[in-house]
Design a protein. Structure first.
Length: 213
């Protein structure tokens, strides 16, 4: 990868957090004292909207919370992981350092809240590698639209074709590529089922940061 401008996703690309997200429902319910008959509900909500899934959880476990409160409480559980124990992906620190030494300019574009993303990356001692962090949450649109990538490109002062976008999610790779960016698909074991699609779409792939160049 020889681009002088790079946009990095965070979850599943820089940090190993997707497993925490997958376990979030189970962890939240355990904290509420529910450890039995949990799996059938967690399986059902995989294909539901947020509104549908929160309604099912509240109804099934007779929780005395509003849907908004439930989402807030679950987010706080995840926040603690970002602040305490979400790890860097192996080898990424060295890769970022090598890019910086080659004169590349880096930023982060993430679905995670910007303040929380910064706290996580600062704890992991890589925040200084990035000029800025942009959050889809703050922009009001996800990576099914190119807004966050285009905003990052504008701040970097570069055209999409000059910028490498590093992503583990197939839909984000598709969006960035359609917007004219050079795409680098990053393998994450929690998204292994989609890896063939990511590899087919991306201009370049990374299976292991320790071996990336």
């Amino acid at each position: 990868m020889d681009k002088k401008f790079c946009i990095f996703d965070m979850d599943g690309t820089l940090v190993d957090s997707m497993g925490y997200w997958k376990q979030l429902g189970r962890e939240y319910l355990a904290q509420k004292g529910f450890t039995e008959n949990v799996e059938p509900v967690l399986e059902r909500i995989k294909t539901m909207t947020m509104a549908e899934s929160t309604a099912l959880i509240i109804r099934t476990f007779r929780l005395e919370v509003t849907p908004e409160k439930l989402v807030d409480e679950m987010n706080r559980v995840m926040e603690e992981h970002y602040r305490r124990d979400v790890p860097l992906k192996s080898g990424i620190a060295g890769y970022l350092t090598a890019l910086r030494e080659r004169g590349a300019r880096l930023c982060v574009a993430t679905a995670t809240d910007e303040v929380l993303a910064r706290a996580c990356l600062e704890r992991l001692e890589v925040a200084d590698c990035f000029e800025f962090i942009l959050s889809c949450e703050a922009m009001g649109v996800g990576k099914d639209r190119p807004d966050v990538f285009l905003a990052a490109a504008h701040r970097l002062g570069a055209a999409p074709g000059e910028i490498a976008v590093f992503e583990d999610a197939v839909y984000a790779v598709r969006t960035a590529k359609a917007a004219g960016f050079y795409t680098v698909g990053v393998y994450d074991e929690n998204g292994a089922a989609d890896w063939a699609s990511v590899a087919e779409l991306a201009d370049e792939t990374v299976l292991d940061w320790n071996q990336a160049k």
